[in-house]
Design a protein around this ligand. Structure first.
Ligand SMILES: Nc1ncnc2c1ncn2[C@@H]1O[C@H](COP(=O)(O)OP(=O)(O)OP(=O)(O)O)[C@@H](O)[C@H]1O
Length: 256
C-alpha cells in the first residue's frame, strides 16, 4: 500500500442502466480508521456504487483503487481477496450452523477452502472464530444455532463473518436496518469501535439519520447519481442543498 494513500479511492465513476444514469461522475476517498456514511434518497445510486466497488458491476467509466492499486473490473472474489468485505441489509448466515461454525466457514472461505462439519477439520479455526465473536459481543452465543439468534445478534454474527476475511475496507449496507433505539446505537457504536481499533476503512449506507449524524466521521450525499456533498457531519447537516433534496428541511438559499 502506498504510504499515506487512502484505503479506497473512487474516481469519476459513471454507470447507466439503459437511459438511467445511476451514478454520474462520483469521486470520494475513505481513509484507514474512518467511518464514512453514504446517504441519499431512494434510487440515488448508493447500491450501484457499492456494487461497483466490490466488483459485482463494471462502471462505464471511472476508476476504483484499493491501497493505490486499480481494482476496477476485477471479479468480486479477487476484490474480496484483496481486502474488501461486505455485510448486507438482510444477513446471510447458515441457520442450522452455530454462530461459531458460521464464522469458521467464513474463515475457511477467506483461506480459499471449505468448512466441513463432519470431519475432524471441524475444529479448525474455532479459537479464531471465538475471538471474532468476542470482538462483536457474541461470545455467549457462540454455540447457539444461528436460526435461534435474535435479529440484532444475527447482524453481529454477520459482522464477525465479514471480519474473518481481514478486510481493509468494509462496505456495510444499512448496518442498523430493522433495529430500534438502544440496539441500533449499540450496533453502530460497535462498528465505530472496530473501525478505530482495526484501522478499518468503513463505507456504510444508512437511512437512520441519528446513526449517520451521531457516529460517522464524514458524510457523502448522492442525489440522482451525483455527489452533492462531502464533508464533516455538521457541515453536511447544514448544507442547504442536502436539506432540500434529502433531509426535508427548508432550503435557506439556492445554489448556482
Ligand atoms: N439493474 C438495474 N436495471 C435498471 N435500472 C436500475 C438497476 N439497478 C438500479 N437501477 C436504477 O438506478 C438508479 C440507482 O439505483 P440504486 O439501487 O443504485 O440506488 P440506491 O440509492 O441504492 O437506492 P435505495 O436506497 O432505494 O436502495 C435508480 O434509478 C434505479 O431505478
Amino acid at each position: 500500500m502506498n504510504a499515506g494513500a487512502p484505503v479506497l479511492e473512487v474516481r469519476d465513476l459513471t454507470k447507466s442502466y439503459g437511459g438511467v444514469r445511476a451514478v454520474d461522475g462520483v469521486s470520494f476517498d475513505v481513509a484507514a480508521g474512518e467511518l464514512l456514511a453514504l446517504i441519499g434518497p431512494n434510487g440515488a445510486g448508493k447500491s450501484t456504487c457499492f456494487n461497483i466497488v466490490n466488483g459485482q458491476l463494471r462502471p462505464d467509466a471511472g476508476a476504483v483503487r484499493l491501497g493505490g492499486r486499480v481494482i476496477t473490473g476485477l471479479p468480486p472474489r479477487r476484490i474480496a481477496a484483496l481486502g474488501v468485505g461486505r455485510t448486507f441489509q438482510v444477513a446471510a448466515v447458515f441457520g442450522s450452523m452455530t454462530a461459531a461454525q458460521n464464522v469458521q466457514t467464513a474463515l475457511a472461505a477467506a483461506r480459499g477452502g471449505t468448512f466441513d462439519l463432519w470431519r475432524p477439520a471441524r475444529r479448525l479455526g474455532r479459537e479464531q472464530a471465538l475471538d471474532l465473536l468476542a470482538q462483536t459481543g457474541m461470545a455467549a452465543q457462540a454455540d447457539r444455532p444461528a436460526s435461534t439468534l435474535a435479529y440484532g445478534d444475527v447482524k453481529r454474527l454477520e459482522l464477525a463473518m465479514a471480519l474473518a476475511g481481514e478486510p481493509r475496507l468494509l462496505l456495510m449496507d444499512e448496518p442498523t436496518a430493522g433495529m430500534a433505539g438502544t440496539e441500533r446505537r449499540e450496533m453502530i457504536a460497535l462498528v465505530q469501535a472496530l473501525t478505530r481499533a482495526r484501522g478499518l476503512a468503513v463505507l456504510f449506507t444508512e437511512h437512520s439519520m441519528d446513526v449517520v449524524f451521531g457516529h460517522a466521521d464524514r458524510v457523502i450525499v448522492l442525489a440522482r447519481g451525483r455527489l452533492i456533498a462531502n464533508g464533516g457531519v455538521d457541515e453536511v447537516r447544514r448544507d442547504p442543498l442536502v436539506r432540500e433534496v434529502y433531509l426535508g428541511g427548508a432550503p435557506t438559499e439556492a445554489r448556482p
